[in-house]
Ligand binder design. Structure first.
Ligand SMILES: C[C@](O)(CO)[C@H](O)COP(=O)(O)OP(=O)(O)OC[C@H]1O[C@@H](n2ccc(N)nc2=O)[C@H](O)[C@@H]1O
Ligand SMILES: Nc1ncnc2c1ncn2[C@@H]1O[C@H](COP(=O)(O)OP(=O)(O)OP(=O)(O)O)[C@@H](O)[C@H]1O
Length: 267
């Protein structure tokens, strides 16, 4: 069985408050995008993970794919499986790639072994693997509150836009980014703002992490500037960076010529 865990972008992100458990309450809109990993699973003599593509740091047992398998194997009698993960989504990018792999592993195990876990229960398993993870269970645009795990559907359709993602050669640690932010209650509700025409988002739909991350990493700010110079109708950092995305009604044919060396382009 093969699945294609996709990335997400954040359309606005407000860090609302620090919680006693050290995590932060936030408000954001998650939107799924096409950029995807490939994850294959087959029954095997022992449970193992092999990888190709972008090299993920850390040993296989720390990989969220195996963590998702371990999580379900505590409650279900799962036979051993061989996973192969081909990694295309850069990590430490704010694109939620690791969380997507974890959520798709849960869904694939549930389907393949007919475990009969309902979507609500699957989301609960997912939230123990990462704050971004429950979104990828339904994988539909959603307004998120709590630590990012309380989701309600939001009707946003960006199909007329081309989504272009720029990623500098370095990553930003999510933990560090949260550590450098001063939480504040937002004036406006993001779910409402996201209903405005995309052309009005530039002034209204804000990712709070840009304020704290841009001064330390001017190259990320530069990526957003380039996207606007090239005619993006909206551009923003996603999550805690380091990737930024642009939404284009018309992407210039010579777009790639304007992207400095060392910056990866995904579309
Ligand atoms: C920045 C976002 O990508 C926005 O979508 C997410 O909030 C991050 O979600 P994630 O990578 O799934 O986060 P986790 O792997 O659960 O947590 C990584 C670290 O980020 C911090 N963290 C994460 C989520 C959150 N709501 N508050 C936090 O303070 C915590 O220090 C945590 O140790
Ligand atoms: N399947 C996986 N894919 C990517 N990273 C993984 C995976 N499994 C474990 N990790 C660990 O998670 C870290 C990346 O997490 P991080 O949350 O920074 O990145 P992300 O997946 O881009 O998501 P986001 O930045 O949106 O939270 C990696 O450095 C790696 O150690």
């Amino acid at each position: 069985m093969i699945v294609f865990p996709n990335a997400k972008i954040n359309i606005g992100l407000h860090v609302v408050a620090k919680r006693p458990d050290g995590y932060h309450n936030l408000e954001t809109v998650f939107y799924p995008v096409q950029l995807s990993d490939a994850l294959e699973m087959a029954e095997s003599r022992e449970t193992k993970l092999t990888t190709s593509g972008i090299e993920v740091d850390g040993p296989p047992e720390k990989n969220l794919v195996l963590k998702a398998w371990q999580l379900l194997s505590r409650d279900f009698d799962l036979p051993p499986v061989h996973f192969h993960l081909h990694k295309n989504i850069p990590f430490g990018a704010g694109l939620g790639g690791g969380s997507a792999d974890a959520a798709f592993t849960l869904k694939m195990l549930n389907d393949f072994f007919s475990l009969q876990i309902g979507p609500g229960e699957l989301k609960k398993y997912a939230s123990t693997l990462g704050a971004d993870c429950p979104f990828f269970i339904e994988n539909k645009s959603a307004f998120a509150t709590g630590i990012g795990n309380e989701l309600s559907p939001v009707d946003i359709d960006l199909s007329e836009f081309q989504v272009v993602i720029l990623k500098p050669g370095f990553s930003v640690s999510t933990q560090e980014a949260y550590g450098n932010i001063v939480p504040a209650h937002p004036e406006f509700n993001l779910a409402e703002l996201a209903k405005l025409p995309v052309e009005r988002w530039k002034e209204t739909v804000i990712n709070d992490f840009e304020k704290s991350v841009f001064p330390a990493y001017p190259e990320i700010k530069k990526c957003r500037e380039i996207l606007y110079q090239q005619g993006a109708n909206y551009a923003s950092m996603t999550g805690s960076g380091s990737a930024v995305f642009g939404l284009f009604r018309h992407l210039p044919a010579d777009f790639d010529n304007f992207i400095p060396r060392g910056i990866y382009i995904y579309r």
